[in-house]
Design a protein around this ligand. Structure first.
Ligand code: NAD
Length: 475
């Protein structure tokens, strides 16, 4: 049911013979699924020189021809969606319908970028003298190196690969060693769609060793990383040393502001479903809930009911609505958060502990009465724990919402158009959902400010991240 885990370098699928390997674990039962080969230094060097050659071939093709291959790959992802989603659930834990939706969105990302690559327009700037042309054109930035995490094992690599390919770049991807199978299948779709060899190489290994080797190489001109703030800052430093372009999609701590004029039940249903998606292991997951006093009790009641009705279990079992956490580190983190919350006077309204004795399950949890400086209110939980507190005024909640060093996503609910406009303007965040949770689509820019990183994926900004602007003055 799982897949054959291999590296993909210079058009060849490589297995574990003579290479170090590591076990990939199913988080629903803690059992090994397969062994993943690690790239050797020689493998990484081969990937680098192959990407250099791949770049020459790929950038020489027209965006029209590149789009045909990318669209074919998107079609293959859709055709193979059941298989890819099964692999994803096995290695990551998310429930099958979520895995399937992620797979379909992955295909959409390839379609969208295939077309956007054909619209990588330049411009003509009127000259100061007669008979001159001042042209601004976009060129591929070169070979990119991408590092992706375990929470969205297909979608995150797709965002980087699709944008790079659309811009005419070659790419080396180091996907997560904990959830490698989804990305292996994604690269298989690209290869089967006819992507020339060397254009997309896939490697695995010890993350710090691989990233240092690739970012340190002169071949690589662009870095893209999705993951935690400390690792992002470290990689941004390595990129800066080599004067390399970088996109950093790091952690967040999304505030949710529910004003008293919002429908508390409808809002609770919407935002609770979004909170417990992927067991809360999402960088744009709603994290701190500020509810205005007039609707606090109703909101809390409905949100808690939602949490209590969640069916925990193996994501491949029908009817399961939340799977396990992806790895044992998250279980430890949840326990530390609950302990700190109790010590800081927090009340556990529901959940608060591990579920079962196999796999990495943690109960959907709601905590109230927490001070703003507690662990849960200040550190990214990346798990199924929701703190819900009250606020009185607009100015007060804006100050509290903007008080952390993160700025990735934020949400607000109100029935007043004026409040909607004011809160959209006041929140310091890369993305704000006002009466909406639709802040991540292939065609819109996704990215953070402050410690949440810089640069965008998705939208025209996502393509620009892989292009250099060149000015040609022609007399
Ligand atoms: P971590 O900080 O060890 O790793 C985060 C990711 O970075 C992993 O995918 C890991 O393989 C990769 N990584 C680690 N060191 C690296 C290096 N030197 N070079 C390249 N890649 C490297 O932590 P973790 O336990 O995997 O996750 C913990 C925290 O990371 C979470 O609480 C969350 O805040 C954050 N995270 C964020 C995202 C996101 O979507 N922004 C995804 C996964 C994890």
């Amino acid at each position: 049911m799982y897949t054959d885990l291999q590296l993909h370098i210079d058009g060849e699928w490589l297995n574990g013979s003579n290479r170090r390997t590591e076990e990939v674990i199913n988080p629903a039962n803690g059992k090994a699924l397969a062994n993943l080969p690690h790239a050797t230094k020689a493998d990484l060097d081969r990937a680098l020189s192959s990407a250099e050659k791949g770049l020459a071939v790929w950038r020489a093709m027209t965006p029209y021809d590149r789009a045909k291959i990318m669209r074919k790959a998107a079609d293959l992802v859709r055709e193979r969606a059941e298989k890819i989603a099964t692999i994803m659930t096995l290695e990551q834990g998310k429930v099958f319908p979520e895995a399937r939706m992620e797979t379909m969105t992955t295909a959409d990302i390839f379609d969208w970028f295939a077309e956007e690559g054909r619209r990588a327009y330049g411009r003509i700037v009127p000259g100061r003298m007669k008979n001159t042309r001042q042209l601004v054109i976009q060129e591929p930035v070169g070979v990119a190196a991408a590092f992706t995490p375990w929470n969205f094992p297909a979608l995150t690599p797709a965002r980087k690969i699709a944008a790079a390919l659309a811009a005419g770049c070659a790419i080396i991807v180091k996907a997560s060693e904990e959830t490698p199978g989804s990305c292996v299948e994604l690269v298989r779709c690209l290869v089967d769609a006819g992507l020339p060899k060397g254009v997309c190489n896939l490697v695995f290994g010890v993350p710090a060793e691989v990233s240092e080797h690739l970012i340190g190489s002169d071949v690589v001109r662009k870095i893209s990383f999705t993951g935690s703030v400390p690792v992002g800052k470290h990689l941004a430093g390595l990129a800066a040393k080599g004067m390399k372009r970088a996109t950093m999609e790091l952690g967040g701590h999304s505030p949710v502001v529910v004003f008293a004029d919002a429908d508390p039940e409808k809002t609770a249903d919407t935002i609770a479903a979004f909170k417990y998606r992927n067991a809360g292991q999402v960088c744009i997951s709603p994290t701190r809930f500020y509810v205005q006093e007039g609707v606090y009790d109703r909101f809390l009641k409905r949100f808690t009911e939602y949490a209590k009705n969640i069916k925990l279990g193996d994501g491949l079992e029908k009817g399961t609505t939340m799977g396990p956490l992806a790895n044992p580190r998250r279980l430890d983190a949840m326990e530390a958060i609950v302990n700190d919350s109790k010590a800081r006077g927090g009340k556990i309204v529901t959940g608060g502990k591990r579920h079962g004795n196999q796999g990495y399950f943690f109960e959907p949890t709601v905590i109230t009465d927490l001070p703003d400086d507690s662990k849960l209110m200040t550190e990214e939980p990346f798990g199924p724990i929701a703190p819900i507190v009250t606020f009185k005024t607009f100015d007060e909640v804006v100050e509290r919402a903007n008080s952390l060093p993160f700025g990735l996503a934020a949400y607000a609910f109100t029935s007043s158009t004026q409040t909607a406009t004011m809160i959209g303007d006041a929140i310091q965040s890369g993305m704000v959902g006002v009466n909406s949770i639709m802040i991540s689509t292939p065609e819109t820019p996704f990215g953070g400010i402050k410690d949440s990183g810089y640069g965008h994926e998705g939208g025209i900004e996502g393509l620009e991240a892989y292009t250099n602007k060149k000015f040609i003055s022609q007399a």
